[in-house]
Design a protein around this ligand. Structure first.
Ligand code: SAH
Length: 243
């Protein structure tokens, strides 16, 4: 049986670099103004892509991966701002679910509900997320599992972060982290019935120093974490029973 093709979506080029260097028989295909890298990683057929930043860009990339490259599962790596009380810079969050913190079609639909989907959250695939969490633990990183909130804002002020969390809490959502793409990719994968898992290394605390911490962290820490975790995850795919 031909193994399933796995899409590995990275938010930032620095995170993709290490994977690209390890890709066997690399082949580049350009589509929708984006580069997609096809090849093998530890014996698994993969397509590497950059999500680009923000929900729409990430949704286009995810849709292209599914429609044009026929990927059968999708894993996302990126960085995020930590908002959960114990979620610190350098910790890793594996998403169990996603919510869009900037979705508000009230009063027609309840706040945070995705119109016409009758839901506020999209869940990640349980088996794939367990494999990803195992890879995080294997690397000795501090792991959190739970809700991530996505929206088209780089949250870089303590007051903004507080208000955002307060509003989410009033609707029963307590995210561990905020970022700008995950919920969009989760929605696309839901539409297509494609298993999805996502990890985020915490680069900042979504507060007034977020913009300072961010660039240095991405190059020095997050890219190394993402590479180690994804390599371990892909090795794990070899032993995963077909779903
Ligand atoms: N300066 C970067 C752009 C960063 S945008 C550049 O030059 O390319 C922030 C990226 O990190 C997004 O992909 C987002 O998902 C994530 N992120 C990290 N911290 C965040 C925060 N505090 N708020 C929102 N997104 C954050």
């Amino acid at each position: 049986m031909t193994p399933r093709t796995t899409a590995i979506l990275s938010a930032l080029a620095e995170e993709q670099q290490g994977l690209l260097e390890r890709l066997q028989q690399p082949r580049r295909v350009t589509r929708a103004g984006r580069d997609f890298w096809l090849g093998d990683l530890h014996g698994q057929p993969v397509v590497l892509a950059l999500s680009r930043i923000g929900k729409v860009a990430a949704a286009t990339t995810a849709t292209t991966l599914i429609e044009a490259f026929g990927v059968q599962r999708l894993v996302f790596t990126g960085v995020a701002g930590g908002v959960g009380p114990d979620v610190r810079v350098g910790d890793v969050v594996v998403a169990s679910e996603f919510v869009q913190h900037d979705m508000d079609a009230s009063p027609i639909f309840p706040r945070y509900q995705i119109p016409l989907y009758d839901r506020e959250r999209f869940a990640c695939d349980v088996d794939l997320s367990a494999l990803l969490s195992g890879a995080v633990r294997a690397g000795g990183y501090t792991l959190h599992q739970g809700l991530i909130a996505s929206g088209d804002r780089f949250v870089s002020a303590a007051e903004e972060s507080r208000l955002l969390q307060e509003a989410l809490a009033a609707a029963g959502h307590a995210p561990l982290a905020v970022e700008m793409e995950g919920a969009a990719v989760a929605q696309v994968c839901f539409d297509y019935g494609i298993p999805f898992a996502a990890m985020r290394t915490i680069s900042d605390r979504a507060d007034d120093t977020a913009h300072v911490d961010f660039p240095k962290f991405v190059t020095e820490v997050a890219s190394r974490y993402a590479l180690a975790i994804i390599e371990e995850f892909v090795r794990g795919l070899n032993t995963m029973h077909p779903t």
